[in-house]
Design a protein around this ligand. Sequence first.
Ligand SMILES: Cc1cc2nc3c(=O)[nH]c(=O)nc-3n(C[C@H](O)[C@H](O)[C@H](O)COP(=O)(O)O)c2cc1C
Length: 212
Amino acid sequence: MADWVVTLGRSHPVVAAGGARLDIVDLADAGLPLLDEPAPALFGTYRNAHTRRWSHTIASFDGFVVVTPEYNHSIPAALKNAVDYLYAEWAHKPVGFVGYGLTGAVRAVEHLRLVMTEVKAVPLGSQVTLSVFDDLTHADPTDPTSPATMTARGHQAAALAGVLDDVLGMYRALAALRAPRDGASPDLSSCEDPTSQAQEPDHSESGVGDRS
Ligand SMILES: Cc1cc2nc3c(=O)[nH]c(=O)nc-3n(C[C@H](O)[C@H](O)[C@H](O)COP(=O)(O)O)c2cc1C
């Protein structure tokens, strides 16, 4: 699913013009145990190397498209855990959603919006609702756990374009709220016409994203 997002996302006009970069962050690679920091992330004092690595990863993006399944009407525990590890790293960054499940993970995404609000991220209304029945083709059609390829119905690409439009537009609008990483004043030039970003690689740090 994430490969589908990135592959289509790379043809988005802002991305194609060099105004943003898309990368996949796979929670499996982060290797986060159940939250084991002694202090809440609000304090930003991280004891563990895995937390500092995760902090660096998330801090390096200006926005996110979260791809999530639905587990028992909410998000998987691993995703909630990964959010809980950090605080300031999420702040003032737009979040769009691609949900997948038996019914498009709409309830999971609704929960995730609330969670992301608490860490001061900016969850957006746009989302893609993928069906594991209708947007995948399984090797064994009678077994939804068999290997599958992405065969998303036509309207799903348009829905994803809407998510990317919102995230890529909003991250520029929110740039002034995000703490400058170098201690300098926020650079409002990143609020200019997205297509002008191609000439301004300095402002493409992270994003759905642009990544430092
Ligand atoms: C523990 C568990 C709970 C699930 N609960 C729901 C659910 O509430 N609603 C739904 O639409 N699908 C539900 N599903 C189906 C998953 O969304 C679907 O199998 C999805 O492909 C799982 O993604 P994953 O293979 O990346 O974990 C559940 C699956 C699991 C394993």
